[in-house]
Design a protein around this ligand. Structure first.
Ligand SMILES: [Zn+2]
Ligand SMILES: [Zn+2]
Length: 357
């Protein structure tokens, strides 16, 4: 009994090897993460791996561009626990459908893929219409392989056709930085004409400000780095200051983008009664002790922003098309993916880093 079981296991192993070799007949170039390390050690290895094949309900996307997100940094450096050995990161994928076409996604359709790679559609959060909080989600480039590669397999129902107005390079940063920045504005409860604070001014904030300006909001930007402040001013900020400067007016709401609890407290201290701070960070260094009476009393709210829904994606891509949103980008070839992450970590580029294939 034991023996036959062992033989069966062995057979499975042999079959797997055979299948593996067949797949390797179609290699692709990809950046894989074997063990998380500081980006200065260049932990992503660029080389050939087997090209994935779509299963039912999935499409194969030939990747043209993939945006670099701060979350990729947390994955690569191990701030987020490793989820899949040898994972291919990258979750702001722009590409075209190359196999597994459907009626709605014919071959050649230009599509975008984001961080939410799928949900179970069965948990209480999915039933409540809060699919961003799903108990069993799939995250692109974390729990499944992502877009730092020539090809990616993605769920067809979590794939968004892209309007022609958005070219590959400029569409990529919209797919996480843009969508989650937009969700942050929703979570913060921004209304047209509000005074809104943006604390930190990287890839997400420089897209959010365009949406806010189109809603006639006054935007107050606190950020480190003279070039970030210049960019904020050039994009229509009402006021710009360093990360320790207090905005000169009480804010209706604010979004923090830096992975720093000190910045969250600075945002709270700038808020009017009844206002809200949305924290757009998947990981924070810590939350310092703070004075409840002065900072939270008065029905001020502190909320985190978790993931995104497909409705956020569709609504934001529609707004991006309408307002002609064109993010500032710096392109890096796939071979330079570690350098792109180093640049994101150092905040040394304005706007967004995008890997091109
Ligand atoms: Zn669910
Ligand atoms: Zn992201």
């Amino acid at each position: 009994m034991k023996c036959s079981k062992r033989i069966a296991q062995r057979k499975e192993y042999i079959d797997f090897e055979t299948v593996g070799r067949t797949s390797l007949a179609e290699p692709m170039k990809a950046a894989t993460l074997t063990s998380p390390q500081p980006v200065s050690k260049r932990p992503l290895r660029v080389g050939e791996v087997a090209r994935p094949e779509p299963k039912p309900g999935q499409v194969l996307v030939r990747v043209r561009a993939c945006g670099v997100c701060r979350t990729d940094l947390h994955i690569v450096e191990g701030d987020l626990p490793p989820s899949r050995p040898g994972v291919i990161p990258g979750h702001q994928i722009v590409g075209e459908v190359a196999a597994g076409a459907t009626e709605h996604l014919p071959i050649g359709t230009r599509v975008g893929v984001s961080w939410m790679g799928g949900t179970d559609a069965s948990c209480r959060y999915c039933h409540l219409g809060l699919e961003n909080l799903c108990d069993s989600p799939t995250f692109t480039g974390y729990t499944v392989d992502g877009g730092y590669a020539e090809y990616a397999v993605v769920r067809s129902d979590f794939t968004f056709p892209l309007p022609d107005e958005l070219d590959d390079l400029h569409a990529a940063p919209l797919l996480c930085a843009g969508i989650i920045g937009f969700r942050s504005l929703r979570v913060a409860g921004v209304k047209h004409g509000d005074r809104v604070g943006l604390f930190g001014f990287g890839a997400s904030a420089h897209l959010a400000i365009a949406v806010l300006r189109s809603w006639n909001c006054e935007v107050y930007v606190s950020t480190r780095g003279a070039t970030h402040r210049q960019l904020a001013a050039s994009l229509g900020a009402t006021w710009v200051g360093s990360e320790t400067d207090r905005p000169p007016a009480e804010l209706d709401c604010a979004v923090t983008f830096a992975p720093s609890g000190d910045v969250v407290i600075a945002a709270l201290a700038s808020l009017r009664k009844g206002g809200a701070v949305a924290i757009n960070a998947i990981h924070l260094d810590r939350i310092p002790q703070f004075d409840y009476d002065r900072l939270l009393w008065g029905e001020r709210q502190l909320r985190s922003v978790a993931n995104m829904t497909r409705a956020d994606a569709r609504d934001f891509l529609q707004i991006a098309r309408e307002i002609g949103l064109r993010p500032q980008v710096t392109a890096f070839p796939l071979d330079q993916v570690n350098e792109a992450l180093i640049a994101v970590k150092a905040d040394s580029i304005d706007g967004a880093a995008v890997i091109t294939m």
